[in-house]
Write a protein that binds this ligand. Structure first.
Ligand SMILES: *Cc1c(COP(=O)(O)O)cnc(C)c1O
Length: 375
């Protein structure tokens, strides 16, 4: 690794990605294809390396959140099916078609706008709102919903190929949440069946995210939209899943200086930490500008020579301090620090300490942090 990068970096372990994909494929019904969700720069892991590896593993479908991400995947995967999950400004219709991208369509009005700007037909899947309350055609009454969708099939600049929805609580083990997911599932299948009766049998239907793909894979779906478990994190920590996952991202930094402080000495902004005895404190070259949350001040721990050391005082923009008194080896400037990853401190665990989810941690690792790909 170049010395210049040796400040804060994220190791992206592609063998962990291989492992997680194998685990997911083992629980999916044979004919179902995996749609790898690689939005937000592959959840912060770097979409170029991740998509390239996924393509090598035989993944043909990729899901993203916008056109820019779609074009970034297209560069790496010239033959892949690339699907945009959410709203793309209709002015982009020409590019969507030009790069052979599939767009989610959430309303008639949106479809009309897309057609207005399209030169050639835009491939699309219909988005149903079966209970997420976010985007999509409302689908409480299947017959009425199917009728409402009919104009889409008459639009010349639209090629309707599939239908999909998104679950609100598939990651929950609670009975009423399971019932809610079943209700959502029934709604999309009812609309799909009604459309088929009306002469529009769609090639694709998909509703499962990671949690549903693992816990309740449905044979009737043609695609499984898998995101977070591919990266080795849990949809709803600490609720375990019956597969073995390995975190793909490990976030590391180095120690710049180690010093001894005395009883009564304070550390960092606002003097929120005061030593109660003589302590050894190490300064680490990572901070909230790298995506290590300031809310972890006084809460998080990081590994130094394998020992979990508590953060003392506030996390700064580019630095934070650890109490390394309990590390049995000598701690020196230049030593490596593991903040989270494929170790006892997972992104999920760290997230739980300040009220968020592992998704937000990995997506939030900032642009200035180089991603170092490990084969
Ligand atoms: C992000 C997203 C997914 C993937 O969810 P995971 O929980 O990461 O598997 C699937 N579908 C839609 C519509 C999404 O926005």
């Amino acid at each position: 690794m170049k010395r210049v990068l040796h400040r804060a970096w994220a190791e992206i372990d592609l063998s962990a990605l291989d492992h997680n994909i194998k685990e997911v494929k083992a629980v999916l019904p044979k004919k179902m294809e995996l749609m790898a969700v690689v939005k937000a720069n592959a959840y912060g892991h770097g979409d170029e390396a991740v998509c390239k590896r996924l393509a090598e593993l035989g993944v043909k479908w990729f899901a993203v959140s916008n056109l820019e991400e779609a074009l970034s995947v297209r560069k790496v995967c010239p033959d892949a099916e690339i699907f945009i999950l959410g709203y793309t400004p209709p002015e982009c219709a020409e590019d969507i078609a030009k790069y052979n991208i599939i767009q989610g369509v959430m309303s008639l009005e949106y479809a009309e706008e897309l057609c207005r700007y399209a030169a050639e037909p835009v491939r699309c899947h219909i988005k149903l709102d079966t209970g997420m309350g976010r985007i999509g055609f409302r689908s409480k009454n299947a017959n009425a919903c199917a009728e409402e969708l009919l104009p889409l099939f008459a639009m010349e600049k639209l090629s309707v190929e599939g239908i999909y929805t998104h679950f609100a609580a598939a990651d929950s083990p609670e009975d009423d949440d399971i019932k809610y997911t079943e209700m959502q599932e029934k709604r999309i299948f009812d609309v799909y069946d009604r459309l088929a009766e009306l002469g529009h049998k769609l090639s694709h239907i998909h509703c499962m995210n990671s949690a549903a793909s693992i816990v309740r894979p449905n044979e009737k779906c043609t695609l499984a939209r898998v995101g977070i478990v591919m990266y080795g994190l849990l949809p709803n920590y600490p609720v375990e899943l019956p597969i073995d996952l390995r975190p793909v991202m490990t976030f590391k930094s180095v120690i710049s200086q180690v010093k001894e402080i005395e009883e009564g000495d304070s550390v960092s902004y606002g003097r929120t930490y005061t030593a109660e005895s003589t302590r050894r404190v190490a300064t680490v070259t990572v901070g909230y500008a790298d995506g290590y949350a300031r809310l972890l001040s006084g809460k998080g721990k990081a590994l130094v020579h394998g020992t979990a050391c508590p953060i003392v005082g506030r996390v700064c923009m580019d630095q934070l301090m650890l109490d390394v008194t309990d590390v049995s080896e000598e701690v020196r400037s230049g030593d490596e620090v593991t903040l989270f990853g494929d170790c006892e401190i997972t992104a999920d665990h760290l997230a739980s300490l300040y009220g968020t989810i592992g998704y937000e941690i990995v997506c939030g690792i900032s642009k200035r942090v180089p991603r170092i790909v490990i084969e």
